[in-house]
Design a protein around this ligand. Structure first.
Ligand SMILES: NC(=O)c1ccc[n+]([C@@H]2O[C@H](COP(=O)([O-])OP(=O)(O)OC[C@H]3O[C@@H](n4cnc5c(N)ncnc54)[C@H](O)[C@@H]3O)[C@@H](O)[C@H]2O)c1
Length: 429
């Protein structure tokens, strides 16, 4: 069996390696020619995908990076991992999925399996994607070709979390579609979790992400409330997590980031309206989480005020540009929102991130593109009026930071253990 994986980003590329490592040859397709050229040289653009692993699979022809979609006809199954962002008006943007469907359709053949992995609202696979594939190929899903949905579950930055060990939820358009998808994933993943339909599989992924979004909003709200009461939310969560049942820790932060949690819940909100349903929990969580950067800005202003300084005219360093620790992914990162707010208030804004030396051009925050990370040394860091810890990468030495910085606003509890040694210098936010 040979497969094609379309969209070689944070989801598609690790999946290619997982199949290739398990002896399934993979045609890796992307429209980004620069990415394909880089992969063909054995050079990875994702920090947790190692060049050596990639290069060896490319050399053995187990992974063939390409922009030539006509090669789909050489394969037996196609997995789609393209982006599913929101439009400017915060509505689902299925254009990447539909464009991919149009690229696949001319090369679809009888017995082939098409699986969608991109997160989306229930009904996309058997609705919009199926219609596109059928219209352009003249074949029928369920009888001529198999169709399924299987959500990706990635935990970027967690070395203990490997694609092959994470159970894979799969829903098929028909029972035989489900069986085909189950056979496919069994070659690379240890546990398959079948569900009755593609819609149930799509809804499962949304539940997982909405669960995170709501619980993060809850601890963010409690952080603000407890802080006003002089109670440390981090201490409270550490104590609560000792409960062996019925509690799962979530941690506060400066706002939501990443490609999934700030976006996916609104796919459901949009679709629910078609059924006359409201998604109040989702909207409330979104409201609380998007209000966090303003709360953090307020804490920065308080910390500067205590030094008889204003935000206007001060030199501010945002520490950590990635949306979560130990990754180089800055999509939807709240750090950009913080940089915008600080700049709007007249601060001179810089950033430090060991994994993002320069801001790459992207769909968002284009106005920061080209900005470079500052150097990590005492002379540079001590020059800032305030250092705002937005993302706590493990590679940063926070003890050095506590010695070097004049004032620290810490949204991640990274400096808590030194706070007593530096009275008045470290502020929680
Ligand atoms: N990143 C995560 O941790 C994560 C986790 C679970 C689910 N997801 C979901 O997986 C999907 C992909 O996310 P990602 O993070 O890998 O995105 P990404 O932006 O890292 O990668 C997407 C890739 O698709 C390519 N692409 C875009 N349009 C294409 C087309 N028409 N044909 C071929 N290639 C095309 C892009 O060039 C890019 O390389 C999204 O729906 C996302 O919600 C992501």
């Amino acid at each position: 069996m040979k497969i094609a994986i379309i969209g070689l980003g944070y989801v598609g590329l690790p999946l290619c390696l997982q199949f290739a490592r398990n002896g399934v040859p993979v045609l890796g397709l992307d429209i980004d020619a620069a990415k394909i050229a880089s992969l063909s040289r054995g050079s990875s653009y994702i920090r947790h995908v190692k060049d050596a692993d990639l290069a060896s699979l490319v050399q053995q022809q187990m992974l063939i990076p390409s922009t030539d979609f006509s090669r789909i006809k050489e394969t037996d199954a196609v997995i789609i991992c393209v982006p599913t962002p929101l439009t400017k008006n915060r509505e689902p943007d299925l254009s990447y999925i539909l464009q991919t469907g149009e690229s696949i359709a001319p090369f679809l053949k009888r017995g082939m399996l098409v699986v969608l992995e991109s997160t989306t609202y229930p009904g996309t696979t058997e609705g919009e994607l199926r219609e596109t594939l059928e219209a352009k190929s003249g074949l029928k899903a369920g009888s001529d070709f198999h169709l399924a949905f299987s959500p990706e579950r990635e935990d970027p930055g967690n070395p203990a979390s490997q694609v092959g060990d994470i159970p894979k939820v799969v829903g098929g358009y028909t029972p035989s579609c489900l069986e085909a998808a189950r056979r496919l994933y069994s070659q690379a993943v240890k546990a398959i979790v079948p569900v009755s339909t593609c819609r149930a599989a799509e809804a499962t992924k949304l539940l997982e992400n909405i669960f995170r979004s709501i619980n993060i909003a809850l601890v963010n709200e409690l952080k603000v409330v407890y802080s006003a009461m002089g109670i440390d939310i981090w201490e409270v969560i550490t104590a609560a997590r000792t409960k062996p049942f019925g509690f799962m820790p979530f941690y506060p932060g400066p706002g939501l980031g990443g490609h999934c949690i700030p976006i996916d819940p609104f796919y459901l909100t949009w679709k629910a309206r078609e059924y006359g349903q409201n998604t109040r929990f989702i909207e409330l969580a979104g409201e609380i989480n998007t209000a966090m950067p303003r709360y953090v800005l307020g804490r920065v202003a308080e910390a500067l005020n205590a030094q008889r300084k204003s935000v206007k005219g001060s030199k501010a360093l945002v520490l950590g540009l990635a949306y979560k620790a130990n990754v180089d992914d800055d999509r939807e990162s709240p750090s950009y929102r913080l940089m915008d707010l600080l700049a709007e208030q007249g601060a001179e804004v810089s950033y430090y991130d060991p994994w993002i030396p320069v801001v790459r051009p992207g769909r968002e925050h284009a106005h920061w593109a080209g900005k470079k990370s500052v150097e990590w040394n005492q002379e540079t860091i001590s020059n800032f009026d305030v250092v705002l810890i937005s993302t706590a990468h493990a590679a940063v030495n926070y003890r050095d930071l506590a010695f070097w910085a004049r004032c620290i606003v810490d949204t991640r509890n990274a400096c808590a253990r030194f706070a007593e040694d530096f009275p008045g210098k470290i502020w929680n936010a």
